[in-house]
Write a protein that binds this ligand. Structure first.
Ligand SMILES: [Fe+2]
Ligand SMILES: [Fe+2]
Length: 371
């Protein structure tokens, strides 16, 4: 059976295809993927019975259309190397860039696989056909994405051991409504990130230092559909986007945006090689994500507030201090870390207190990718 993860019709087959490629020196990659910090991708578990009880009747017409589109599987076979895959000079790559890029690939692979594991589990546990169908389709896509990143990593002599990760990584419990907010946002921000890089490199092909970026357009369309599905799920229950839940939405928006900003600043060489200024990139991604999220969220963050960027900068400086403290070790390092954490917390609370912009979500929420 010589199926590639890109052609697999289920997440299980895609993972098996990756595993069949055999062991490779993956200890380092798997160790990085196993990390659980505020800045690394996590694995989630939830109340699957509650999620299984969702009734999609209120959004039936839009739902069926989306599911049929996903079933038609326009990206089947896309996520594998072909003639467009230029030879990568891993040996000749500047060591700092190489390290940051590998870190980016491992963290992206973990994030993709985190979605896969959650969606696959929902499909396995559920009895509601609407829900299990959706989650099996999304798990399929994420397994292909993770498999493709692993293909790229393999060329550098490393790979994330996906099967091992499923067993060994710690799972964080989120109640279903938090899964909706967090996953909806991570799918939409994923779309915005991939398309922003893709468009930038379309205009500046000389800065495309690795072929994987050529695959980003179709890639982001998958993420866009996944986000659409969560938008519809949230639309089945108006309570999810009103009352006290508005505060939760604001919290998740702030947490997701600020984490992304801090994480991106950890990879200066990577962004330099792409010719992308992380502050510009962050703003572009937040702008697109905010615009899209108006389809379902009752508010957007005021990223043009004079307090927005300075507090992101403060968080980044605090994070730098925490990293230095960790490196330093001992009592001095511990104090540095505590001070850094306190500064990060103050900056985060300050971001949270910026007044948000109210939004009236439209009656029909479905969108098509437009960037
Ligand atoms: Fe994905
Ligand atoms: Fe996705």
């Amino acid at each position: 059976m010589n199926v590639h993860s890109a052609d697999a019709l289920t997440a299980e087959d895609a993972i098996a295809a990756q595993e069949a490629l055999g062991p490779i020196n993956s200890e380092m990659a798997t160790k990085v993927a196993l990390q659980n910090t505020l800045l690394t991708p996590r694995f989630y578990t939830t109340d699957f019975d509650e999620m299984d009880s969702i009734d999609v009747t209120p959004v039936r017409a839009e739902w069926d259309k989306l599911i049929n589109q996903m079933k038609s599987d326009p990206n089947r076979g896309h996520f594998k190397k072909n003639a467009d895959w230029d030879k990568v000079d891993w040996e000749g790559m500047e060591p700092k860039l190489r390290a940051e890029f590998i870190d980016f690939l491992i963290s992206s692979c973990t994030a993709e696989f985190s979605g896969c594991v959650l969606y696959k589990e929902m499909k396995r546990r559920g009895k509601n056909e609407d829900i299990t169908t959706l989650f099996q389709l999304m798990a399929r896509d994420e397994a292909r994405h993770a498999g493709f990143i692993n293909d790229a990593l393999r060329e550098a002599g490393i790979a994330v051991n996906l099967g091992f990760l499923t067993q060994a990584k710690k799972y964080t419990y989120f109640r279903p409504k938090f899964i909706y907010y967090a996953t909806y946002l991570s799918e939409k921000i994923g779309y915005a990130r991939y398309i922003t890089i893709f468009r930038h490199l379309e205009a500046h092909p000389e800065q495309r230092f690795h072929p994987i970026f050529k695959w980003f357009r179709e890639w982001c369309n998958d993420e866009f559909s996944h986000g659409e599905a969560f938008a519809l799920l949230m639309r089945t229950d108006p309570k999810l986007t009103s009352g006290v839940n508005k505060l939760w939405i604001k919290f998740f928006l702030t947490a997701v945006y600020s984490t992304m900003s801090v994480r991106d600043h950890q990879r200066p060489e990577f962004h330099k090689a792409l010719g992308v200024d992380p502050v510009w990139y962050g703003y572009e991604v937040f702008k697109k994500t905010s615009e899209i999220s108006k389809q379902v969220f009752p508010l957007t963050l005021d990223i043009d507030s004079p307090r927005w960027q300075p507090n992101l900068d403060r968080m980044e400086a605090a994070n730098h201090q925490i990293a230095e403290g960790r490196k330093q070790g001992g009592v001095g390092g511990w104090i540095k870390r505590q001070l850094g954490s306190a500064k990060a917390a103050v900056a985060f609370v300050s971001l949270l207190t910026i007044r948000s912009i109210p939004n009236e979500a439209p009656v029909n929420c479905r969108l098509e990718p437009a960037y």
